[in-house]
Write a protein that binds this ligand. Structure first.
Ligand SMILES: NC(=O)c1ccc[n+]([C@@H]2O[C@H](COP(=O)([O-])OP(=O)(O)OC[C@H]3O[C@@H](n4cnc5c(N)ncnc54)[C@H](OP(=O)(O)O)[C@@H]3O)[C@@H](O)[C@H]2O)c1
Length: 251
């Protein structure tokens, strides 16, 4: 992993950090010397053990249970992080779920739970940190979208709509917060080996693998390294951008 000395001492919220990509992002930010607010909803043990490992490595971290889909919980978490650490510099909106099914069989619950967690959750956090970043005239926001929000995918109308929404949201917020010196970008992974894809049928995984020009699936670390770059000074003139991390799966 590259080293970014300017990240030392920054306070970062990572949503959905108990597992997979979020856990790798929180670890990577911790390694750079950031104080990490580890958000989770269900996996308390994983969030606590991640927090302990960041602290053991010499960093600062605390776990916060909060459902990103609940605006009141999100507001309370953002206030708690500021109270606990006295600052807030980076928001990584990573929490996400999928509830796949063809549109003609999709239930209201499948549709709204995915939209509420993936898209509304992102918005709730952006709205909560906006006043802080505007006042201090600095901040970094990185939103986790997906190549399936760019190209659509059979059986993922809810997920693709939520991830396409995140791209529009990213661009609108980049415009709104640009004059406050806030960079707002999105990362679009292809298939990455995490719990989210563990339930995928083998043929679907093989199909995705056959689409990648690098001929392999990605790892959470490979997504985290791009998130780090977007939070660094090296990306200070990058905003409103969507960077794919997909091994060429969607070219
Ligand atoms: N894996 C891939 O191939 C892939 C590809 C493209 C994009 N992505 C995106 O990358 C992000 C991370 O995916 P992943 O593969 O790492 O997924 P994962 O292993 O299933 O982890 C999802 C994380 O989101 C958290 N989460 C879910 N609902 C939440 C809620 N309502 N409030 C707070 N936290 C919540 C989970 O926490 P708890 O379990 O503790 O509730 C968990 O930490 C997602 O946005 C996903 O859409 C993944």
């Amino acid at each position: 992993m590259m080293t970014y000395p300017e990240l030392k001492g920054k306070v970062a919220i990572v949503t959905g950090a108990s597992l997979g990509i979020g856990s790798a992002i929180a670890t990577a930010l911790g390694e750079q010397g950031c104080t990490v607010a580890v958000n989770y909803r269900k996996h308390a043990d994983e969030a606590e053990s991640l927090t302990a490992s960041i602290v053991k490595a010499g960093g600062k971290a605390k776990a916060y249970q909060c459902d990103v889909g609940d605006p009141a919980q999100v507001q309370a978490m953002v206030e708690a992080v500021q109270k606990d650490f006295g600052a807030l510099d980076i928001l990584v909106n990573n929490a996400g779920i999928n509830r796949d099914g063809v549109s003609w069989k999709m239930t209201d619950e499948q549709w709204s739970s995915v939209l509420n967690t993936n898209l509304h959750g992102c918005f709730h956090f952006i709205r909560a940190v906006g006043p802080v970043f505007r006042t201090q005239k600095s901040g970094k926001i990185v939103n986790m979208t997906s190549i399936n929000g760019m190209r659509g995918k059979f059986g993922q109308s809810n997920y693709a709509a939520s991830k396409a929404g995140i791209i529009g949201l990213t661009k609108a917020i980049a415009r709104e917060l640009g004059r406050s010196n806030v960079n707002v970008n999105a990362v679009a992974p292809g298939l990455i080996e995490t719990a989210m894809i563990a339930a995928m049928p083998d043929e679907a995984k093989a199909q995705s693998l056959s689409e990648t020009v690098l001929d392999r699936l990605g790892t959470p670390d490979e997504v985290a390294s791009v998130v780090l770059f977007l939070c660094s000074d090296g990306a200070r003139h990058v905003t409103g951008e969507v960077i794919k991390v997909d091994g060429g799966q969607y070219i």
